[in-house]
Write a protein that binds this ligand. Structure first.
Ligand code: IPE
Ligand code: IPE
Ligand code: MG
Length: 227
């Protein structure tokens, strides 16, 4: 039986370089990147296998960027969630997030809560945006809450308290933009994920490339430690 790509996670990297290569400001790459998010999510919602698509949109380390770029990303996210609400509804996509959004503006937090509420009954696809997400932060927060509750730390108890594990293990993890690292993304859930690195910059990534990666994924032998 071939592998099932139930949960796909993507590190959407390369927006800045895409823009710089064209003599544009970096933020133009983020704008184009948001359009690719829409195209890919719509494609995934019509895919028979994909149940969860987790997208790395903003890491706990991305606050280190110039304030102007961070502000732009926050505005872009707010506008995206507002303007694309109809797309979520039309494609029956449930919107979810992982990461600590308490550092976002109250208006953005409200927008996030609103879209979650509006889409919570949909089940064709769950799109999980990783926002102010860092895997180490998430694992540390889970361990802290177990300690405070006087609970034993085991693989099972940790797994239950790690926020993002409610979406299940990652089957296929893709990074665009050519770097071959995980940048603090879903470290726990990717323990047995199949990894794919493509040089394609995120604004150039297409559903066709996703399909060709899924074809390759199907040919990989997942042993999970067995023989
Ligand atoms: C990824 O693209 C998007 C975010 C991290 C928000 P980058 O902005 O990291 O693009 P490069 O890596 O500089 O090209
Ligand atoms: C990873 O990309 C984070 C996101 C895609 C949101 P970065 O561009 O921030 O990662 P590094 O700095 O190259 O590791
Ligand atoms: Mg980058």
């Amino acid at each position: 039986m071939s592998n099932i790509a139930r949960h796909i996670a993507i590190i959407m990297d390369g927006n800045g370089r895409w823009a710089t290569e064209r003599g544009l400001r970096r933020v133009k790459g983020h704008e184009r990147g948001a359009e690719v998010v829409r195209t890919l999510t719509t494609h995934a919602s019509n895919h028979p296998e994909i149940e969860v698509l987790t997208l790395y949109a903003f890491s706990t380390e991305n606050w280190k960027r110039p304030k102007m770029e961070v502000d732009f990303l926050m505005r872009l996210l707010n506008n995206y969630l507002k303007n694309e609400t109809e797309t979520y509804i039309r494609n029956e996509v449930r919107f979810e997030t992982i990461g600590d959004i308490s550092r976002f503006s109250p208006a953005l937090q409200e927008q996030i809560a609103r879209l979650k509420e509006t889409t919570k009954h949909f089940s064709k696809l769950t799109q999980v945006l990783a926002l102010n997400y860092g895997s180490q932060d998430e694992i540390a927060r889970a361990a802290k809450s177990l300690c405070e509750g006087g609970e034993e730390i085991t693989i099972e108890s940790l797994e239950k308290s790690i926020e993002s594990s409610r979406f299940g293990p990652v089957d296929l993890l893709i990074r665009t933009g050519g770097e071959q690292r995980l940048s603090n993304f879903l470290l726990w859930q990717s323990a047995y994920a199949e990894l794919f690195f493509t040089p394609t910059l995120w604004p150039d990534f297409t559903p066709e490339e996703l399909e060709s990666i899924i074809d390759d994924f199907k040919k990989r032998q997942r042993r999970f430690g067995g023989i």
